[in-house]
Design a protein around this ligand. Sequence first.
Ligand SMILES: O=C(O)CCC(=O)C(=O)O
Length: 275
Amino acid sequence: MFRVVFRVLGALKPHRISYKGVCETHNKRGLCEGGEEGFTGEHEGFTGEHEGFTGEHEGFTGEHEGFTGEHEGFTGEHRVGKPSWMCGSSAAVLSTVRPNVQVLQNFISEEEEADFLQELDPGLKRKRYEFDHWDDAIHGFRETERLQWGGTCGRVVERLQVAAFPEGSPLLGPVHVLDLDKAGFIKPHVDSVKFCGSTIAGLCLLSDSVMRLVSVENSADWVCLLLQRHSLYILRNEARFKFTHEILKDEESFFSGRRIPRQRRISVICRNLPL
Ligand SMILES: O=C(O)CCC(=O)C(=O)O
């Protein structure tokens, strides 16, 4: 069967990343940032280099290699407010990505999340998580598509579409639902340009996670997004076309030196159509 995953998750490319990136204070060098929704306070304590990922990352050749789980160089703490939601390897990459990425915290409430679960879980639970093949784009997932939603969920999906897409933008009909097992993860890929347009928007249910974007042209350029449970992320234009995106596996799930434990995670993803 021609599954959603194979349709939309396009170019999986081998790439090497050196994760000797820099994550510094928001207010000093702007390499860790939050924007209006995510960063409400001062973010102090990153005193210099962020040398957590010391090895190499082989995008599509099987395993992520070299990640030792160690995270050196983070010596401080978040003292006030919420942590920021974006950090990257350089100020330059952050300024490329910044206009093309949004993470809206608390886009849905606990109750709305429960409504989605009630609507989706019975169908999802009839499927098994797929862990099959080392070269699948996604490891440990099950999925479904939805054209029609019940009351609350329908309203949330509408709200999502208003937030993410310009009025009148033709959308890919069915909404894609991806259920990642706690041990599941999504490998670096660029969504198919044949099936999806400029914008991908995803609601994050059940678990926090880290999405990493890596430049297709230069794998040393990367950005991580902290996707908190209940948030909506939106990737547009360059962030969508010129960077691979991936959801990190639990063992690798760190953001700015902070461990972000991954649980089972459901994402509800809307896309527009190519022009
Ligand atoms: O689960 C997510 O939020 C990411 C999904 C994804 O990578 C994609 O649909 O291309």
